[in-house]
Design a protein around this ligand. Structure first.
Ligand code: ADE
Ligand code: ZN
Length: 338
């Protein structure tokens, strides 16, 4: 490990943008395919990894939904989440807010109880084993109709006291936030927090809509907000957290090169940017890899990395006293750097 690796791994951080289905490593995909008797269109782990060469979001989503077909039982969801928590703990993640896409599973006949109970049991185990806290974000697939999102919210009703927030993901362009205004209003009425992917591939207008029509507490990605100075000013004024995913942005061609990544421009504007892994099994790195990538590609110093880590707690859905305790830990860590 380099000094930078050691610094990043030791920096307490939260992960706020992680699709649990996107943490399915090819090795586990093969193991679950064998365990469940599901056939997958790949002959080897190497062949799977070779297929992870994407030119846009849809390219990735097609393969990501195909991979999720091996997930059938609550044990599968437990094993998937435990593998993520173990990996995240090694990266210094002390709190994770993980997204899951119920419709990817219920549309294949998997009961929502299998999905949620498997994830909840892993979350309890991660707290016991790694001291890591976590919460769940139920995400609606935006390529499906709003009525399907309403049906999913109704199916999840028995677990809503254990779900922190609802989110919006999948194919962005052509599926603006306004399509889901009513279901997000219903979720807000149930006391759920709100987040939405916006401005990953979609225009700044979608970020405006996420703010105005969904009432988001944070924006997932938000890169294209940088095209709109008035929107930047608003996001700064409203202290809106952006959950930025550098390796994802590179793999999905949101940025051509990591050296072009706007993370330092975001910080310079005063935006509350955070660093996250999105779908680490598909994009070549977990959260520490993402911190390292921007530190190297954009020359971020340790103070900037600590700012990103602080933002991950202030942008989390944790109670204020927990946020304050995590910020104190970062201050102590930085003071001890010498
Ligand atoms: N689902 C999983 N990862 C996603 C991403 N980066 N954008 C939209 N939907 C997703
Ligand atoms: Zn995402």
């Amino acid at each position: 490990m380099t000094d930078l690796d050691t610094f990043i791994a030791g920096l307490p951080k939260a992960e706020l943008h992680l699709h649990i289905e996107g943490s399915l490593e090819p090795e586990l995909m093969f193991a679950l395919a064998a365990r469940n008797g599901v056939s997958i269109p790949f002959a080897s782990v190497e062949e799977v990894r070779a297929a992870y060469d994407f030119t846009n979001l849809q390219d990735f989503l097609d393969i990501y939904y195909a991979g999720a077909a091996v997930l059938l039982t609550r044990q599968d969801f437990h094993d998937l989440a435990m593998a993520y928590f173990a990996r995240a703990a090694a990266d210094g993640v002390v709190h994770a807010e993980i997204m899951f896409d119920p419709q990817t599973h219920t549309d294949r006949g998997v009961p929502i109880a299998e999905v949620i109970e498997g994830l909840l049991s892993a979350m309890a185990a991660a707290e016991a084993q790694f001291g890591m806290t976590s919460s769940l974000i139920l995400s609606f697939l935006r390529h499906l109709p709003e009525a399907a999102a309403f049906a999913t919210l109704a199916e999840a009703e028995p677990w809503l006291d254990r779900i922190a927030a609802v989110g919006l993901d999948s194919s962005e362009v052509g599926h603006p936030p306004e399509k889901f205004a009513r279901v997000f209003a219903a979720a807000r009425e149930k006391g759920l927090r709100i987040t939405a992917h916006a401005g990953e591939e979609g225009p700044p207008e979608y970020v405006h809509q996420a703010l105005d029509l969904l009432g988001v507490h944070r924006i997932d990605h938000g890169n294209r907000a940088l095209e709109d100075p008035a929107l930047i000013a608003r996001l700064v004024r409203e202290e809106m957290t952006l959950t930025v995913c550098p390796l994802s942005n590179h793999k999905l061609c949101v940025v051509e090169d990591l050296a072009d990544h706007p993370i330092d421009a975001m910080l310079a504007h005063g935006l509350k940017a955070t660093i996250n892994s999105d779908d680490p099994a598909y994009f070549g790195g977990y959260v520490a890899d993402n911190y390292r990538a921007v530190a190297t590609a954009r020359g971020l110093d340790r103070e900037a990395l600590a700012t990103l880590a602080r933002n991950s707690f202030t942008g989390s859905f944790l109670p204020a006293e927990d946020v304050a305790a995590h910020l104190d830990r970062i201050d102590a860590y930085m003071a001890a750097q010498g």
